[in-house]
Structures are given as C-alpha cells and as structure tokens.
Design a protein around this ligand. Structure first.
Ligand SMILES: Nc1nc2c(ncn2[C@@H]2O[C@H](COP(=O)(O)OP(=O)(O)OP(=O)(O)O)[C@@H](O)[C@H]2O)c(=O)[nH]1
Ligand SMILES: [Mg+2]
Length: 655
C-alpha cells in the first residue's frame, strides 16, 4: 500500500511542479526571443501565463456554527509543525471576524485588521483592499512565538458600543451580549472590533499559494454579505464542521442550508463535512469497537440530516490531532483520525487543481505555438514559391526574366490596392469595437450603480430595494444583450473580410472565432439568484430593516458585477486581438514577400549569374526554417512533458 501522503507534502509537490512548468515556459520564451519569433503579443501571453502560474491559489474555507472547532482544525491540519496553537481557539465565540491566512511576499509578516466601523461606509472588504490606510497593521515577530500568538489573539477582540451604533453597523438584533448601562436606558452592545483580518505569514504552504479562510460562527456570517456572496463561492473547498458533543443542532442546519447546501449536485459532491471532537466519545472502559460503532452511528445520522452520503463525512478530533502532531505521538494521531481527513482533502483537491491548471497551461502554450508555427509555415511556403519560379528560369533568356518582373510588379500593384481596403476596414473595425466597449464599459456600469443607489436611498425598505435591484439587473442584461449583438456584427464583418482577402490576395483562409457573452450572462443570473436568496434570509433574520446594511448589501453585489465586467472587458479585448491580428500579420508578411521577390528578380535581371546564387540562398533559408520548426516542436514537447508529469499526483496510480 502507498503510505498516505499528508496534505502538506502533496501541496508542496504541486508547488514544485508549478515552478518547473514556469521555467519550461520561460525557456520556450527565451528560445522564441533568440529566434526573433516573439512579438508583443507573444510576450504578453507568456507574461500572463507566468503570472497566473505564480499567483495560483488554493482557497480552503472553514464554515460552521461557533465553537465547533474550525480554528482548532486549521491549527491541526496546516500549522501543527509550528509546535503550538497558532490561531486562538477557546470555548465560546472566539474568531470574531473572517480571517484569511495567506502569504504575500511583498509585505512583511503581519496581521492586518479592518476596523468594524468601515461597515458604516458604502464599500466592501474587497474595495478596502486597495486602501492600505483603512487597515490597522501589526507586525508579526516570527522569532517570538508567544508574542505572535498575542498578536493573533486580536481576531477575538470585541468592544462595547452604544446600541444605536451597533444598529448602524448592522450588528444588533442577533447579538446576545447586552450589557445594561447608561442613564438613557439604552444598553451597550458588544460588537467585534474588526470586520476582516488578513494574517500574512511565511508558512511553506501559504508561500505556495494556499489560502485558508477561517470564519466566525453564525452571527457574523449572517451579517457580512460578502462572505456568502463572494468569499465562499470562490473557495476551492469548503469544509463544514459539526461537533460530536452537540450533534446536528438547528443552528448547524441553518448554517448548512443557508451557505452550503446549494442546488447544484456537483457542488454538493465537493463538500467535505467534518464531525469534530470525537475524543468526547472515547472511553477507556468501553471496548474500542463499541466506541467506533457509536462514531459510525453519529456519522450516519449527520449524513442523513444533511442529505449526503456517509462517505463525505469525516469524524476527527482536531484537538487530539494537534496534540499528537506537536508531541510526535503516532498512536494518538491515528486515533484522532486526522490523517484520513487530510488524505481525503489532498487526494481530491490537489489532483483536481493540478489537472485544471495543467490542461489550461497546455492549451495556452499550444495556441501560442500554433501562431508561431503558422508564421513559419507561411514563410516556408513563400520560399517554396520563389524557388519554383527561379528554378523555372534556368536556361531562359532575358525576355522571360523581364516578363516575370512585370508579373511581380502587377501583383504588387493589386496588393497595394488591397492595402487601401485593409486600412478602410481597420477604421470600421475600430468604430465598431469602440461602440462595443461603450456598452459593456465600466462607465456604463457606474452610471447604472449610481441610479440604483439613488433608488435605494429614496426608498430604503424591502419593496424599494427590490425594485431598485431588479432594475439594476435588468439594465445589466440589456447591456450584455446589446454587447452580444455587436460582437456578432463584428464577427460577421471580419469573416467576410477574411473570405474577400483570401480570394483577392491569395491570403490564407482563416475563420475568426466567434465570441459568446453567455458566460457573463450566466454569471449575472447566478449573482441575481444568490442575491435574492440571501436577501430573503437577511430580511427574515432582521426584525427591522437596517439602512446601512441594505446599502452594504448592494455594494457587495455591485463589486461582484464589476468583477464580471472586468473579466468580460478583458476577454473581449483579447478576442478582438485574436480576430484582427492574423489578418495584420498576414498582410505584413505578404507585403514583405512581394518585395523580396521583386528584388531577387531585379538582381537576376541585372546579372544572369545571380540566379544560381539566389537559388542557393533560398535553399539555405528553407533549411534554417525547417530547423526552427523542429526546434519549436521540441520546446513544446518539453512543456507538455512537465504538464503530464505524474510527480504531483502520487495517488493517481491507486485512485
Ligand atoms: N474535546 C475537544 N475539544 C475541541 C476539539 N476541537 C476544538 N475543541 C474545543 O472547542 C472549543 C472551540 O474551538 P474553536 O476552534 O475555537 O472553534 P471555532 O469553530 O473556531 O469557533 P468560533 O471561532 O467561535 O467560531 C475550544 O475550547 C477547543 O479547545 C476536539 O477535537 N475535541
Ligand atoms: Mg474560531
């Protein structure tokens, strides 16, 4: 049997693989540059590919009602080699704000905290990311473990504020800790000090792109829409934690239904449910088999209640697992059942990620190389044509050469007339693309969002909000439909042009790819559905609608929509480039070839001994081109070889 590989080890192997892949691509790029085959387009594509490989992240989120042991599990799975409890984990509510653990090499190790008061402003956590001055930063001293855990304890900080402020922050109704005070009879309310925390920590796993998201128990999940609309959906894995001592409670089910159940069967299949704290069932006085049977019963009960197969529920003891790892106690580690969970995590998650990244990289390198090989092939075809012409001249007299010169001149004249048409086409193309960008540009979205904000302000209650929001989404749909129509028009124009240039100029036929807006339309639909669902639960949860919360809710939705627009704009841009640039390149190459042909015929016309010399030159050029094609093929195979490497997939053999 293959010994189970821990999550950590497998994730490290995945990181190493990404590095090898990046250096393979860099080598290919270097070669292209040396051969003078890398134009701006190629440079840009390679840059994007490398950035994506470098920044590739794997986001694992932990969600549960409070005190189920999320933070303890994170400590045990990812950070046990730290030798102590990294994240605070205590009875009662501990983690008071969503906490991301990641590593960003451009910053010193630190904990960055976004004050809870930022909830009073119309901006999401994502928006605040760009404003360093809004965050409070504390450096982490990696050499002093004690001091470090003191700094990290800040994610548990709470404070008392007047009830009115708590209400404005959107944190009153469901906050049980009410401390009577003050002459006006209004009670003070305990609220978290921070809205969001980012722990920047150079742990090897985080350095390789792992991002762990720890969340607070139910109450903060309910009131920070961003978590449910954006952070959780973008996580690669969401681990849902139950505790054996409580079983599945009503609030556990609430969290599950609201944030995790989802309509999507594939989504459900990806869920991992953890039944934590099984050490509470351990009993020295009972036979081990009895205890195991009890654990199995609890697993079956939990699975039935969540509507999942029992195979997706993992029973563990986070606390004993952490202790066992810190003390190197293998027997206790096995008893904690933590390795089985880690095996499931790494066995599912990392190979899936590996496959997706590998396939995407391979496809992009393939597209890149295809463009370059097409160029090389066209050059070879040009040389073959010239060789044919020149070989036919062997033993012919001056008249024939003159006649041929006339013919090339004529071709050149035809081409130059075509060039005028090409310039005219460029103008139309630019006009049409500008119109397209007007429709899906950020300006249009900004105007739409401003209208919606006004609408919500005018009528900040359920009905007003609903009307404003449905108008917001309707306007987006109109824009996307309009953009879809325009992209079809551009596609038709370009298709006709390629046909025409092929007929008139002998330029190679090329069918430009169509563009589909469907992806963005679907994403907008998904957002609207998610918005509707969360809006309803939000409204049921809050007895009186809070204006600040409503607005913040809208800003979260708007940020997500802006992201969709950003991606759409980027995609449209590269689509337009892909549509136009083959024509540009071919026109340029064609022009060059005609000039060369004319020059060589002129040379031969001047002196007849030039003929053999020129044929020899062309033959050499052809050989050089053939060698380039072969070398290119080899470089591609190197990259493809790295993609296929089984290195990061040790379980593939026994999967
Ligand atoms: N017996 C036992 N206790 C555990 C286990 N895991 C966590 N605990 C305890 O349960 C309590 C809550 O653990 P946390 O890690 O703070 O729980 P959490 O889910 O992060 O809770 P919040 O941060 O408040 O949302 C702490 O006192 C832990 O020591 C376990 O496996 N066994
Ligand atoms: Mg916690």
């Amino acid at each position: 049997m293959v010994p189970p590989r821990e999550f950590a080890a497998r994730f490290e192997a995945y990181g190493e693989w990404r590095k090898r892949l990046a250096s393979g691509i860099t080598a290919l790029h270097e070669w292209l540059k040396r051969q003078d085959l890398a134009d701006a387009q190629v440079d840009l594509k390679v840059q994007q590919l490398l950035t994506r490989l470098h920044q590739d992240r794997l986001v694992v989120a932990f969600v549960a009602e409070f005190s189920r042991g999320k933070s303890e599990l994170i400590n045990a799975i990812f950070f046990a080699d730290f030798g102590q409890r990294l994240l605070p984990s205590t009875a009662g509510r501990t983690t008071m704000c969503p906490t991301e653990l990641l590593y960003d090499a451009t910053r010193p190790p630190s904990i960055r905290l976004l004050p809870i008061e930022t909830r009073l402003k119309d901006a999401t956590v994502q928006d605040f990311m760009n404003f360093a001055d809004e965050w409070v930063t504390f450096p982490l001293d990696l050499a002093a473990a004690g001091r470090m855990s003191e700094e990290l304890a800040r994610i548990s900080q709470v404070k008392r504020v007047p009830a009115a402020l708590a209400r404005a922050l959107g944190m009153h109704d469901d906050e049980p800790a009410v401390i009577p005070r003050g002459a006006d009879g209004e009670a003070d309310v305990e609220v978290p000090c921070w809205r969001h925390a980012i722990i920047n920590f150079p742990h090897p796993l985080l350095q390789q792109g792992l991002v762990v998201l720890d969340t607070p128990g139910l109450n903060a999940i309910g009131t920070e829409p961003e978590l449910t609309l954006s952070l959780l959906p973008s996580a690669h894995a969401v681990l849902y934690v139950l505790a054996a001592d409580t079983g599945v409670t009503r609030t556990d089910l609430d969290v599950w239904n609201r944030h995790l159940a989802g309509e999507d069967a594939t989504q459900k299949a990806g869920r991992i449910v953890i039944l934590n704290k099984i050490d509470g069932l351990w009993d020295e006085l009972r036979p081990a088999a009895d205890v195991d049977a009890e654990i199995d019963r609890q697993i079956a009960a939990a699975a039935a209640q969540l509507g999942l197969p029992a195979s997706q529920v993992y029973a563990v003891s986070a606390q004993k697992g952490l202790l066992a790892k810190v003390n190197g106690d293998d027997a206790l580690l096995a008893k904690s059942r933590l390795p089985a969970l880690e095996e499931a995590l790494s066995g599912k998650l990392i190979p899936a990620k590996h496959r997706i990244v590998g396939a995407a990289t391979k496809a992009e390198v393939g597209a890149l190389v295809e463009g370059v090989s097409a160029l090389l092939e066209r050059r070879r075809a040009g040389i073959a044509e010239q060789l044919g012409e020149l070989r036919a001249l062997r033993g012919k007299n001056q008249d024939v050469v003159e006649h041929m010169m006339d013919r090339v001149r004529e071709e050149k004249a035809v081409f130059e007339r075509g060039l005028q048409r090409f310039t005219a086409l460029r103008t139309v193309f630019t006009q049409q693309t500008n119109a397209l960008f007007d429709v899906i540009g950020l300006e249009a979205l900004r105007a739409n969002a401003a209208r919606t904000r006004k609408g919500i302000e005018r009528s900040p209650f359920t009905k007003g909000m609903r009307v404003a929001m449905s108008e917001f989404f309707a306007a987006i749909r109109r824009d996307l439909d309009d953009a879809a129509r325009r992209s079809v028009e551009i596609h038709e124009l370009m298709e006709a042009m390629y046909v025409r240039f092929a007929a008139e100029q002998g330029i190679e036929r090329f069918t430009p790819p169509p563009f589909s807006m469907l992806k963005y339309q679907k994403e907008i639909d998904r957002l609207e559905r998610a918005y509707n669902e969360h809006f309803n639960t939000l409204w049921n949860m809050l007895s009186n609608a809070k204006f600040g919360l409503t607005k913040r809710f809208f800003e979260t939705v708007a940020t997500r929509v802006k992201h969709v627009y950003d991606v759409a704009n980027r995609d449209v841009e590269s689509w337009l480039r892909a549509t136009m640039s083959p024509l540009e390149t071919q026109v340029r190459e064609h022009h060059l070839q005609l000039r060369r042909r004319l020059e060589s015929v002129k040379r031969i016309h001047r002196a007849s001994n030039e003929l053999e010399e020129r044929i020899g030159e062309l033959e050499q050029q052809d050989e050089a081109l053939a060698a380039q094609v072969a070398a290119l093929q080899r470089s591609v195979e190197v990259v493809a070889g790295i993609v296929e490497e089984p290195g990061a997939l040790p379980a593939a053999a026994n999967a």
